[in-house]
Design a binder for this molecule. Structure first.
Ligand SMILES: C[S@@+](CC[C@H](N)C(=O)[O-])C[C@H]1O[C@@H](n2cnc3c(N)ncnc32)[C@H](O)[C@@H]1O
Length: 286
């Protein structure tokens, strides 16, 4: 990803104790995919990732909660579009390191023939892709390394088209990824270019990081600037235009715990809601 701002977050050589580092991966620079893995309690992260993640946690201790409720939303959203909207194909942009409830696992539990194309621009995710390209033999999954800022390349890629039929409805998933696209890179334009390649009935599953206060927003921007990706947390008013050309299903664009909670889930407390700084929506192409 394009670098911006001060020197990247880099540990002195020799500080790494981990072994089995995938080839070609620089573990001395903190990376958002691995920081996110750390927030989720995963093991695919290194000292630099943990150091940068701990800096975020010092100021925003609820980041782990935000990562969790984002994943929980994704499970509900994937189940909903598969079970209620008949979606059988997913294009997941910004997949991340595999975690509980990967899309093919959730969707194929409802409809085993579901096909999923996973896309991420990070080689670390490629290193874990084997876990993503398993799944029910009646369905299919694939992983393609690409940057979502080049949507035409993704829509045209033979590796993606081998699994996804763009003449049929597809659910495009952009979860916790558009906040890595700066305003100058036109995130709404990227969504519009993707939308142009989708059949009627296609859907968008979107989640996007937000912030509690301007000061915390600036702090997060500073820490991620020094990791390998700038982050742009946005307000609900700034996120809503990213859904242009899609009609959100009920309950619209809301904080994650408010999107169709599973029956029996306790209502979030006012404090939890305030800390739930991730907005979520599922929308149908209009
Ligand atoms: C915070 S993780 C989110 C993972 C997963 N979508 C989820 O919500 O649980 C963000 C992922 O997006 C990827 N990413 C960031 N910018 C990207 C870009 N321009 N193109 C493709 N992937 C990108 C990162 O490499 C990382 O794996």
């Amino acid at each position: 990803m394009t670098q911006r701002g001060p020197e990247p977050w880099r540990l002195p050589r020799g500080d790494e104790v981990e072994t089995q580092v995938p080839q070609g991966i620089d573990t001395s620079i903190a990376h958002p995919a691995r920081m996110y893995d750390y927030f989720l309690g995963g093991k695919n992260n290194f000292a630099a990732d943990r150091a940068a993640a701990e800096l975020i946690l010092q100021a925003v201790p609820e980041t782990r909660y935000v990562a969790r409720i984002n994943r929980d939303f994704l499970v509900r959203a994937v189940r909903t579009v598969t079970a209620e909207y008949g979606i059988r194909q997913f294009l997941d942009l910004g997949t991340g390191i595999p975690a509980d409830g990967n899309i093919h696992e959730v969707a194929q539990a409802v409809a085993p023939e579901t096909r999923v194309a996973y896309v991420d621009n990070d080689p670390i995710v490629l290193a874990h892709a084997r876990a993503l390209v398993s799944g029910d033999p009646r369905g299919r999954t694939t992983f393609f390394q690409a940057d979502l800022r080049d949507p035409e390349k993704i829509l045209a890629a033979p590796e993606v088209r081998d699994v996804i039929d763009f003449d049929q409805p597809v659910a495009v998933v952009m979860a916790m990824v558009l906040h890595f696209v700066r305003d100058a890179e036109d995130p709404a334009g990227i969504v519009a270019r993707l939308r142009a390649g989708l059949a009627p009935g296609s859907m968008l599953i979107l989640t996007h990081a937000s912030f509690k206060t301007e000061a915390l927003k600036r702090y997060a921007e500073e820490v991620y600037d020094r990791a390998s990706a700038p982050v742009v947390p946005r307000s609900a008013d700034e996120i809503a235009p990213l859904l242009a050309g899609f009609d959100p299903i009920e309950p619209g664009l809301v904080r994650a715990p408010l999107w169709r909670p599973d029956p029996g889930t306790p209502e979030p407390t006012p404090q939890e809601l305030e800390e739930a700084v991730v907005y979520t929506a599922v929308a149908v192409k209009t």
